[in-house]
Unconditional design. Structure first.
Length: 77
């Protein structure tokens, strides 16, 4: 559950960045691929962080339920 919450926070950060970057043209991305495509054009560092959050928090932590606290902590730092 905490992994899902942390992943949602990462998406919120990406949303805020895209809102500032795109202004009134901003439409909330509907998929991780949409986030990736839009961030790839604007901010590769943020894209890297989002990919790490997706892999570790969303897939490993939320879907697969990894019990490894160390794995989750590595992404949070």
């Amino acid at each position: 559950m905490a992994s899902g919450t942390a992943y949602n926070a990462a998406l919120m950060i990406a949303d805020e960045y895209l809102k500032k970057r795109e202004g009134v043209k901003f439409v909330k991305p509907k998929s991780i691929e949409d986030y990736r495509n839009r961030l790839r054009k604007n901010n590769k560092t943020l894209l890297s962080y989002l990919n790490e959050a997706y892999d570790t928090l969303h897939l490993a932590g939320y879907y697969h339920g990894t019990p490894s606290v160390r794995t989750i902590k590595e992404v949070m730092i």
